[in-house]
Write a protein that binds this ligand. Structure first.
Ligand SMILES: [Zn+2]
Length: 180
């Protein structure tokens, strides 16, 4: 059943609003459903389930159930649409530029380079598992004191560093994957 769950409206919206196709977005979703911290229960709990990226989805919803789910999800808990933190990754440079600059260092930062900088966004279930998040945390400690010589790529790298640190912290706190 799990594999047949559909991503909810939020992920669809993210896709259609994404004007620059190579931009990568990453999110951590909350655990309010599991922890019983919802403001109100889902309208059709029997069709609601977890996606592998930590988001909630539904199974075989009618158009009415879909609409009810979307409306509920928006204000189901204190996290708007269930998002703890996240957004667009990077700042100014195309991701490939940083990917290229970092690729000689793939031994020190395998996950960051392969799974983040080299990620193909919006392949419905792309995400970093909790185990990968733990490894990424170790890479980020190393990344803190690692610098690129070129000023522009270094600035971009620092931006990714800050964003990934925030995502990793949230993922570990909520025991959730990082959805991308
Ligand atoms: Zn929540």
């Amino acid at each position: 059943m799990k594999s047949r769950l559909l991503p909810n409206e939020l992920s669809k919206k993210k896709k259609s609003n994404n004007l620059a196709p190579m931009r990568l977005h990453a999110y951590v979703f909350c655990d309010c459903l599991e922890q019983g911290r919802l403001k109100r229960p889902p309208p059709n709990p029997e069709i609601v389930g977890f996606l592998r990226n930590g988001d909630l989805g539904y199974f075989r919803a009618s158009p009415e159930q879909h609409a009810a789910f979307v409306a509920w999800r928006r204000h189901a808990c204190r996290h708007p649409e269930g998002v703890v933190t996240g957004g667009q990754l990077g700042h100014r440079l195309p991701r490939q530029v940083l990917h290229r600059a970092m690729s000689p260092h793939s031994r020190a930062f395998p996950l960051f380079i392969r799974k983040v900088l080299g990620c193909k966004p919006h392949t419905r279930y792309s995400h970093l598992t909790l185990k990968q998040v733990e490894k990424l945390q170790v890479e980020l400690v190393r990344l803190k004191n690692f610098h690129l010589a070129d000023r522009k790529t270094e600035r971009e790298l620092r931006c990714y560093y800050g964003q990934m640190r925030q995502l990793v912290r949230a993922a570990l706190k909520f025991h959730k994957p990082i959805a991308m």
